[in-house]
Structures are given as C-alpha cells and as structure tokens.
Design a protein around this ligand. Structure first.
Ligand SMILES: Cc1cc2nc3c(=O)[nH]c(=O)nc-3n(C[C@H](O)[C@H](O)[C@H](O)COP(=O)(O)OP(=O)(O)OC[C@H]3O[C@@H](n4cnc5c(N)ncnc54)[C@H](O)[C@@H]3O)c2cc1C
Length: 327
C-alpha cells in the first residue's frame, strides 16, 4: 500500500496533494514489481471536509486515515508527523508520499527521522521501485537518488504531474484514529492565522497577456504603470519572487517555479532578469517582449523582442501611445 499525506483546505484536498495522489497512483499502475496494483491510502490530520473525501475517491484513494483530537486540530510538523507515522505503522505502507509544500516537506522530514529512514524532497520522477529524480539547487539541477529504505519517503515537487481522476474512481472509506501524542510534539504549533488577500493566480495562469514586473520596479509604489499596461491590454500582472519576498506584491501574483506557470500569447517582463526559477514559470509564453536596462540579462537574450531601457520611462510611454491610438 502507498500512503499519501494529504493537506486540505476549505473546499477539499489541496491541488498539490491531488498531484501527489496522482503520482502515487501512476507508480502503482506502471510498476510490474513491488508496487504493482498497490492500493492508495491517504492520511489527513486536522480538518477533513466531505468534499476532500469525495475528491480522494475520484482520484483513486480507497481509504482515508483521519487523525482526530485536539492535538491535531492545528498544524504542527511534529504532531502531524506522529499521525502519519501511526498510520504507516498500522498499515505497513511501503511508501509514504506528500506534496513538496512547506508542510509536506516538514511533516515528511519529521516522519523520516522518526522511522530512521532517508527522505527525498521535491521529486519529479520515479522509476519503480524508488529510483527517484529530484530537483536540487532551487530546480537548477536534477539528481537521481535510490531509496532502498522501506517505507520509501519522498515529496513530489509542485507541477511534476497534473492531478487527474483515476480510470476507476472509488468511494473512499474514512477511518478515524487518535494516535498517542508526546508532550514534546506539541511544542511548536500554529496558534493563530490571518486571512491573506484574495488569490487571483487562476486568472494569471489563464491570461492571454501577462505584464511582469521584477526588482526593477524599485519598490511597492513602482507598479502603477505596469498595472495600467496590464489593464489596457486586458491582461494580468505577474511578478518575480524578489517582489513577493520583499512584500511589494502578494504571492498569488508570482510567476515561476514556486509561483504560477503561465503560457500567455504575450508576456512583457519588465525589470526581470530571467533567473532559471522565473523562466521555469514563463518559458511556454508564445511571444516575450522584455523591457530591461541590461542588454545582457538572460531574459533579454531569451525574449522574442527586447526594449533596452528604463521601465519607468518605457512603460508609461507605451501606455500613453495605446491611449492615444484608442482616442
Ligand atoms: C528555490 C527557489 C525558488 C525560486 N522560485 C522563483 C519563482 O518562482 N519565481 C521567480 O521569479 N524567482 C524565483 N526564485 C528567485 C530567482 O532565483 C531570482 O532571484 C528572481 O527571479 C530574481 O528576480 P528579479 O528578476 O525581479 O530580480 P533581479 O535578478 O535582481 O533582476 C532585476 C532586473 O531588473 C533590471 N532592472 C533594474 N532596474 C531596472 C529598470 N529601472 N528598468 C528596467 N530594468 C531594470 C536589471 O537589469 C535586472 O535584469 C527562486 C529561487 C530559489 C532558490
């Protein structure tokens, strides 16, 4: 049996967790040895919305192990790993998989330490049984790692596969359980959360035009002209990670390996150098018009067209010309 640690949100299972389930199901389907035909189970700590159970069944999960009790209501890496460990020990799962989210990686790292096995993070492929290919150095390098321990423990990088329903959907059975909790496991837990802003990454991913802005914007107040250009072209604003890390713009606007992957007809990156992690999210844009002061920036050399200049002069000039032509 393959056990997948699944993260949930109000509407059901998280999309990256469904990707991990799809990855696990694919292993059981492809392998002709140890993994062949293995059932897929899920383990959930905290909230388990009814929609998540239904989605998991659709994606081929036959059983959901749900850790219940006060200790599991709020996220804690150690205490949730304890729940995954209890589920693994009681089921004898030969592999434990999660999505490579911050929580997925943290829970699996705790789990691997508890079980005395190795863990591979951010896996993008696997030749069964368990020769995994994983991203390292921020995705710039791929390495292969043979996992001989059982259970094999690894997380699946976001977007490594597309989540998809099983050919033969099932109705998942839920087993509630209350594993023992050590006081030490409760030392670090989430005590409060604040709602973030609205997530508009969906419209970014489907936009036909994306205007991008990076460090060249110069600060949180440097996005007026690029936002206006996005509006004039009926497109969306996308930004680099520097911009979200500095708190200039919200994370749902980030393009790249750890943000949204976009494939618009036209991408206009302004003041973005084109680091490999950013390129990972925009490489399938049909046409790229880079605006950058540096003629040697990677984004300039990869772009279809480039304007070498200051985005604070070039972008307002484009906006003015569009407005003039539209009368
Ligand atoms: C694990 C990991 C994951 C990552 N994920 C992502 C990701 O998802 N998305 C992402 O974007 N990055 C990601 N990064 C970060 C990435 O490596 C780069 O640091 C980041 O993309 C750089 O952002 P930038 O291009 O805005 O800034 P910089 O690299 O500092 O480039 C700024 C550019 O702006 C130009 N410029 C400056 N002023 C102006 C001006 N006035 N007008 C025009 N041009 C100007 C400069 O010539 C330069 O080319 C990740 C890194 C790691 C390690």
């Amino acid at each position: 049996m393959i056990l997948v640690f699944v993260e949930t949100e109000a509407g059901g299972a998280s999309e990256p967790s469904l990707e991990a389930v799809t990855f696990a199901r694919d292993l059981a389907t492809r392998d002709s040895g140890e993994l062949a035909g293995q059932p897929i189970h899920a383990v959930v700590a905290g909230e388990l919305p009814a929609a998540a159970v239904e989605q998991l069944g659709t994606h081929g999960v036959s059983e959901v192990h749900h850790a219940i009790g006060d200790a599991f209501s709020a996220y804690g890496g150690a205490v949730w790993a304890g729940a995954v460990e209890a589920a693994q020990r009681s089921t004898g799962a030969i592999a434990v998989i999660a999505t490579g989210s911050p929580r997925g990686n943290e829970v699996l790292a705790h789990l691997a330490a508890r079980l005395g096995v190795v863990m591979a993070a951010n896996v993008v492929g696997c030749q069964p049984p368990f020769l995994v290919t994983r991203q390292v150095v921020g995705g710039a390098v791929l390495e292969e790692m043979q996992l001989d321990d059982r259970p094999a423990v690894f997380s699946v990088a976001g977007h490594a596969v597309e989540a998809g329903p099983a050919a033969a959907p099932v109705t998942a059975t839920v087993h509630e359980f209350s594993p023992e909790v050590a006081a030490a496991d409760l030392v670090a837990r989430v005590v409060s959360t604040e709602p973030g802003g609205p997530d508009r990454s969906g419209s970014l991913r489907s936009a036909r035009v994306v205007v991008g802005a990076g460090r060249g914007a110069g600060g949180a107040d440097g996005f007026g002209p690029v936002s206006e250009l996005a509006e004039l072209l009926d497109g969306a604003l996308g930004v680099s990670r520097v911009v979200t890390s500095l708190g200039w713009r919200p994370h749902h606007e980030q393009v790249g390996q750890t943000g949204s992957r976009i494939s618009p007809e036209l991408y206009i990156p302004c003041g973005i150098s084109g680091a490999i992690q950013h390129w990972a999210g925009c490489a399938s844009s049909k046409t790229i018009l880079a605006i950058n002061t540096d003629p040697d920036a990677p984004m300039v050399s990869k772009a279809t067209y480039a304007v070498i200049g200051d985005m604070h002069e070039v972008v307002p000039a484009i906006n003015e010309e569009i407005r003039r032509r539209r009368g």
